[in-house]
Design a protein around this ligand. Structure first.
Ligand code: NAI
Ligand code: MG
Length: 366
């Protein structure tokens, strides 16, 4: 079995607490799952700032660039409110995303049977839900120029953001979506607003063309993004993979994520382009939630989003589908047994702390 190098960046707040549980999972797979992961650890965010005044050091950046995958905890918090903007904790994560060119953000929305009652939607709408949002992460209106507020001189100001997409950006994100769909239910829905946006017209055109160039075995449909938002809430199970731009993806992935429950449950992956020689993608895996400073140090953090993010690494960076399925099953079984961290407890179940939840998942793996 080939050896894979993981860079662990716990960060600050609850980041280090939930990373401890992932380390146990990694050790479990090395001991019992036939994997050979080597790990290195680095500092990012507040922990890096406290140690050396930067949100991530050049040395750790270099490690991230050469790692087979980065496993990232969380960063940020009021403790660093007054540090300069470019070295604030969140800057470390943005630097990683930018330098590693992580253009494809994957956010699954999976309904664990035991939590089907926890959604704000009716049980039959979300029971068995398993969809994947693929959001373009490095282009679009968050980055396009001009981006400014100008003074019009008549007591008025003008705020401008610009949505820009080039062919190659749309092509590479749609390829990721088609390739992932092939590992799932073979269906992609592309969302834009071609009815009112030129970038939407191009988006639609390029996705359609990419589909023709080698992905015709995958079913492709198109939906206007606002209608897509409505359909996500009405009947989310109609979707398999959704591919969309940075702005719509930001909103739609939050909607999709919340169909199924708590922030403490939601993993994510961010992928770069395949290396020209090896074909391997740079990748960073992190929970969707932040550093939860309000509960840091209390043992209340739910480690599932973090552990499931490692599960996504198994699936998407290392093609260890069986191992990933096993880990997902261990999480589902743990929940089936009624174990809950506080954030997902509805009353009547056994409330456990971070370590106990991690160990229960290990026991299920056993
Ligand atoms: P947050 O996600 O840290 O917390 C929101 C709420 O959810 C809090 O009440 C928290 O206790 C709870 N929560 C979050 N994760 C949980 C878990 N695993 N288990 C149990 N409860 C959990 O978002 P918030 O409070 O808006 O931001 C806190 C800090 O985190 C800020 O500095 C923010 O910038 C940063 N942040 C960092 C992110 C990252 O590292 N990728 C993402 C989002 C926010
Ligand atoms: Mg967002």
């Amino acid at each position: 079995m080939a050896s894979h190098n993981l860079l662990l960046l716990p960060g600050d707040g609850i980041g280090p607490e939930i990373m401890e549980e992932v380390k146990k999972v990694i050790s479990w797979f090395n001991a019992n799952g036939g994997t050979d992961f080597t790990t290195e650890e680095g500092l990012v965010g507040g922990s890096a700032y406290d140690a050396h005044g930067q949100s991530i050091s050049e040395e750790d950046m270099a490690k991230a660039m050469s790692a087979d995958a980065v496993i990232f905890g969380a960063v940020g918090g009021p403790k660093w409110d007054d540090v300069p903007y470019d070295v604030r904790p969140e800057a470390g994560l943005l630097r990683l995303r930018k330098d590693m060119e992580l253009f494809a953000n994957l956010r699954p929305a999976i309904c664990y049977p035991a939590l089907a009652d926890a959604s704000s939607l009716k049980k039959d709408v979300i029971e068995g839900l398993d969809i994947l949002i693929v959001r373009e992460l490095t282009g679009g209106v968050y980055f396009g120029e001009p981006k400014e507020i100008t003074d019009l001189g008549n007591g008025q100001k003008r705020g401008v953001d610009t949505q820009v997409y080039d062919t190659y950006e749309i092509e590479r994100i749609s390829k990721v979506a088609f390739e992932l769909a092939r590992t799932r239910n073979n269906k992609v829905c592309s969302m834009e607003k071609r009815n009112v946006m030129k970038s939407g017209v191009l988006w639609n055109e390029v996705v359609t063309q990419t589909h023709k160039n080698g992905f015709e075995d995958v079913t492709l449909e198109h939906m206007l993004a606002d209608a897509g938002g409505m359909q996500l809430v009405r009947w989310p199970k109609q979707f398999d993979v959704i591919v969309t731009d940075n702005l719509f993806g930001d909103m739609l992935s939050d909607v999709a994520a919340m169909l199924t429950g708590s922030l403490g449950m939601l993993p994510s992956a961010s992928l770069g382009a395949p290396d020209a020689k090896t074909g391997k993608r740079k990748a960073l895996y992190e929970p969707v939630h932040g550093s939860a400073p309000d509960i840091a140090g209390t043992g209340a953090a739910n480690p599932i989003a973090m552990i499931a993010s490692f599960g996504m690494a198994l699936r998407y960076s290392f093609e260890m589908v069986e191992a990933a399925d096993l880990l997902d099953k261990a999480i589902a079984n743990t929940l089936d047994k009624g174990l809950r961290t506080k954030d997902i407890a509805a009353g009547g179940e056994t409330t456990v702390n971070t370590t106990e939840m991690g160990e229960a998942i290990i026991a299920e793996l056993d």
